[in-house]
Design a protein around this ligand. Structure first.
Ligand code: HEC
Length: 133
C-alpha cells in the first residue's frame, strides 16, 4: 500500500543517490584519526598497555607494535601459537588480527570478539602508530 506514496521519479532519484554514496565510499580511502583511535583502544586497554612505561600484563605491551615481530617483548609469556606464527605486525596484519584474532593466529590466547568497522580499525592503527610510541 505505502509503496504507492512514492512516485517513480522520486524512487529513481533516491536510487541514484545511493549509488553515488556507495561509489564515494568505495573510492575514498579510510583515513585513521589517532584521537579517535585512543578511544577505540579502550577496548584493548583491559589487557594491553601502550606508552613509554608500558609493561606486559594480561596481554603483551603494544608500544611501537607496528613493524614489530610477533611475540618479541621480553616480559610476556606468549602462547606457542603466537611464538611460532612468524608474523611481523604490519598494518595489514594487525588490522586482520583485530578483526578476527583466531583466523590470523589460530590458537592464540587473545580472546577478543573482533572489530569489523574499517574506520575504527584505521583510527586504532593511527593511534598505535603515532600517539602510542
Ligand atoms: C581479553 C584480553 C585482550 C583484549 C581485550 C585484547 N587483547 Fe590483544 N592480546 C591478548 C593476549 C592474552 C595476547 C597474547 C596472545 C598469545 O600469546 O597468543 C594478545 C596479543 C596481542 C598482540 C600480539 C602482540 C605481540 O607482541 O606479538 C597484538 C598486536 C594485540 N594483542 C593487539 C590487540 C588490540 C589492538 C586490541 C584491541 C582492539 C587487543 N589486542 C585486545 C589479550 C587481549
Amino acid at each position: 500500500m505505502y509503496a504507492f506514496l512514492f512516485r517513480p521519479r522520486q524512487l529513481a532519484a533516491c536510487a541514484a543517490g545511493l549509488a553515488l554514496a556507495a561509489a564515494a565510499a568505495a573510492a575514498a580511502p579510510v583515513v585513521g584519526n589517532p584521537q579517535a583511535g585512543q578511544v577505540v583502544f579502550k577496548l584493548c586497554a583491559s589487557c594491553h598497555q601502550v606508552g613509554p612505561r608500558a609493561r606486559g600484563g594480561f596481554g603483551p605491551q603494544l608500544t611501537g607494535v607496528i613493524g614489530r615481530k610477533a611475540a618479541s617483548t621480553g616480559d610476556y609469556h606468549y602462547s606457542e601459537a603466537m611464538r611460532k606464527s612468524g608474523i611481523v605486525w604490519s598494518e595489514e596484519r594487525l588490522a586482520a588480527f583485530i578483526r578476527d584474532p583466531d583466523r590470523v593466529v589460530p590458537g592464540t590466547r587473545m580472546r577478543f570478539w573482533g572489530i569489523s568497522d574499517a574506520q575504527k580499525i584505521a583510527d586504532l592503527l593511527a593511534y598505535l602508530k603515532a600517539g602510542a610510541q
